[in-house]
Design a protein around this ligand. Structure first.
Ligand code: SF4
Length: 350
């Protein structure tokens, strides 16, 4: 299909089918950046309230930069992938210090910022200043792979170049912002992963996958490696109206978030192995039902022990005692939230 006809059809479809989303009505690159970071790996329905809260509490990049990292992590709580929040804060401070608090709008400046990759830089630069930069997210990959029958697996580096070449041909050079919004929206609402609406599709006649009855075969993906299984035994050690927490410092997903002190084991602890906790000087008063928490490349099986300290209790140096009433001020990760919700509601002021 010629690109003019493609753009006309796509944009016409978009104008009458798009969702009304607050970050689509702005050209403020700071707000667009916030929305893009919040919506990475997050559904719009879940991310929307976070976006609205961030914009209200931190209306400018300077307001965001002035917060402590702990405040940002607390605001982010529940969204997961906390490195996004840490990068958000780092980048806000960087923009204040190096760009006089004016959030960049050009791809070449944006791509230099921490937490901003090709997709986000293309999205922000096209939405805020109409730079002709095609966006390539999961929705676009799926739609283009089906439309053109692209067999290259989309989770390989080589696919980026191939799909970008197609999009560079297609993109509306006068309205790159609307084109990008429209193509993402078409993948998100119409050419969806399972049971796309092919019968009512405006591109049906030119769609390779539809004509070959191979819609479910696209996009092609290489099989992922098997997830690692981990077994973690958490201890809610309650003492004098408070509980012990530890801050995660390892450079991994939950860095700088708090959790109960814990021991990792090869397998889920059986009741005979519970005396492993005696070595720490705690007495188990209750054991909660194990919880499975699924991350992108690991499954964590968490067992929560509600414990009391004995006379031999010696906390590790990096443990902090947190009075119940202050507990809510400490940013915690999603698995901690799950354990608290199912087992400790009411016992700690959460
Ligand atoms: Fe997607 Fe079906 Fe339309 Fe092809 S015909 S673009 S597979 S919705």
């Amino acid at each position: 299909m010629k690109n003019n006809a493609f753009c006309y059809k796509l944009i016409t479809w978009y104008e009458s089918n798009k969702r009304e989303l607050p970050f689509r009505n702005t050209t403020d690159s700071y707000k667009i950046w916030l929305s893009e970071i919040i919506l990475q790996q997050t559904r719009v329905a879940q991310g929307l309230s976070y976006y609205e809260r961030f914009v209200k509490k931190f209306p400018t990049v300077g307001d965001l930069a002035a917060q402590s990292e702990e405040t940002i992590l607390k605001e982010w709580q529940g969204l997961g992938y906390y490195s996004r929040a840490r990068n958000l804060h780092h980048t806000a401070k960087y923009v204040v210090e190096n760009y006089q608090s004016i959030f960049p709008t050009s791809y070449t400046e944006l791509i230099k910022l921490k937490g901003i990759g090709d997709y986000t830089a293309s999205a922000i630069s096209s939405f805020s200043s109409k730079e002709v930069r095609p966006v390539l997210d999961g929705n676009v990959y799926r739609f283009i792979a089906r439309l053109y029958g692209v067999e290259t697996p989309i989770n390989t580096p080589k696919s980026v170049k191939e799909f970008k070449l197609i999009l560079e041909e297609l993109i509306d050079k006068d309205k790159p912002d609307i084109f990008n919004q429209a193509i993402i929206e078409f993948g998100a609402l119409h050419c969806v992963p399972s049971s796309p609406s092919c019968d009512s599709c405006i591109f049906q006649e030119s769609c390779f996958a539809f004509s070959k009855k191979r819609v479910n075969e696209f996009p092609v993906k290489l099989k992922k490696k098997k997830s690692i299984e981990r077994y973690v035994n958490f201890m809610a050690i309650q003492q004098k109206e408070g509980v012990w927490l530890v801050k995660r410092t390892a450079d991994a997903i939950w860095k700088n978030l708090y959790e109960f002190p814990n021991l990792e084991s090869e397998q889920m602890y059986t009741s005979e192995q519970h005396n492993e906790l005696d070595k720490i000087g705690v007495k188990i008063s209750r054991v909660a039902m194990p919880i499975k928490h699924v991350l992108s490349h690991q499954n964590i099986y968490a067992k929560l022990f509600i414990c009391e300290p004995t006379k031999d209790f010696t906390p590790e140096v990096d443990w902090v005692f947190v009075p119940n009433i202050q507990f809510r001020n400490y940013p915690i990760h999603r698995l901690m939230e799950k354990m608290m919700e199912s087992e400790l509601k009411g016992e700690i002021n959460f």
